[in-house]
Design a protein around this ligand. Structure first.
Ligand SMILES: [Zn+2]
Length: 250
């Protein structure tokens, strides 16, 4: 039985587990929120506490790190984190190796997920394989001819940051119109919300006009300029109160 300690540094969560790599089974796991405002050092301290407690129960032969952000080409340093401060150019492999006294390897979360799915999941038994993860962002990884394909800067599988609409919304990476900024979870939710409002507002207006509510003198719910997407004025004189005329829903 070969045991490996697996550490996952995410944007909002930290995960640690001991894995039997022969069987592909997670034997023990711990989870914690990324300590708010504590920066990279706080996250590392929290992770090392979980790691030590796991190692005390199940001694592992080595450590694998998954990092939720870009890492250096030699896979030893974090380049940066888009979510937590203090990660810029941080030699995470060295820090963890020194703290735990074990050999450590690291890759970004998309590549690690790709390898996991290739070895134990949907990609098992294939020679070439593309992994796509759609969540808060869109990550991915590519296996070509039996090997993880990293590309010149280790970002070959990052299909989420392929620009498909140069005039599209600004992405977390700073570019416009990436696949991620158009198709990831938050964008789909925002687009659905907008569509729902477009569909529902005319219905609400029709209802307000067709039902004469006693004492309700004006029910001008929608201002003429729909493009501003402001919900208009609702005056309810019998109660002597007025609701604020603008609620921005964009
Ligand atoms: Zn992007």
């Amino acid at each position: 039985m070969s045991l490996v300690l697996s550490l996952d540094f995410g944007g909002t969560k930290l995960g640690a587990g001991v894995v039997d790599v022969d069987a592909g089974v997670v034997l023990e796991r711990r989870r914690a929120e990324t300590p708010p405002g504590a920066g990279a050092r706080g996250s590392i301290e929290q992770m090392l506490t979980m790691a030590r407690s796991l190692l005390a129960e199940r001694p592992a032969a080595g450590v694998g790190i998954s990092f939720g952000g870009p890492i250096s080409a030699d896979q030893r340093r974090v380049v940066t984190s888009h979510h937590v401060a203090g990660w810029d150019d941080l030699p995470l492999v060295e820090v963890v190796a020194d703290a735990l006294g074990l050999p450590v390897v690291m890759d970004n979360d998309a590549n690690v997920q790709t390898l996991g799915e290739w070895r134990y999941g949907a990609g098992r038994g294939t020679r070439s394989f593309v992994f796509v993860n759609v969540g808060t962002g869109i990550g991915g990884g590519i296996v070509l001819d039996g090997k993880l394909f990293r590309g010149a800067h280790g970002m070959a599988g990052e299909i989420g940051h392929t620009v498909v609409d140069p005039d599209g919304p600004v992405c977390t990476c700073g570019k416009r119109g990436c696949v991620e900024s158009l198709a990831a979870g938050p964008y789909v939710a925002a687009a659905a919300r907008e569509r729902l409002i477009e569909l529902l507002l005319p219905l609400v207006v029709r209802l307000a006009r067709s039902y004469r509510v006693e004492g309700l003198e004006t029910a001008d719910l929608v201002q003429e300029d729909r493009r501003q997407r402001h919900i208009g004025r609702i005056a309810v004189p019998e109660h002597g109160r007025e609701r604020s005329p603008t609620k921005h829903v964009e």
